[in-house]
Design a protein around this ligand. Sequence first.
Ligand code: ZN
Length: 145
Amino acid sequence: MDLDSLYQDVILDHYKNPHHKGEPSGEFKVHHVNPSCGDEITLSVTLTAGQVSDVTWNGVGCSISQASASIMSDLVVGRTSQDAFAILDEFTSLMQSKGTLVGNEEVLEDAIALSGVSKFPARVKCALLGWMAFKDAAIQNGAKA
Ligand code: ZN
């Protein structure tokens, strides 16, 4: 199996069986849309003593946007908001690299599967949608960026 098809499997698994998906119930709820593709996400973050104790999201859209939100939720829950933002920065750099970066797998884990998206500028917003929603909700919740 080559790497591309392996990555496809990771994305499809998250798309078909998304993690942390449900009715967002936290106090700080955001709604983000990606008009160029039609992706939408509603997301809430719960911070407890500076730690991301919960992320819940609901959304519709392409497999990239939905899988990316699932992967992001897995990565940030249980981390301090500073650590979560560091992962977010790493992922944002990878997405904006136009295929020139490979990404740090130790930091990004399953999100590495999305690295190929950076070669397709039209899809980068799909991949970043959930991450930007998380950042927005966390900052509204008092996290320092
Ligand atoms: Zn999309």
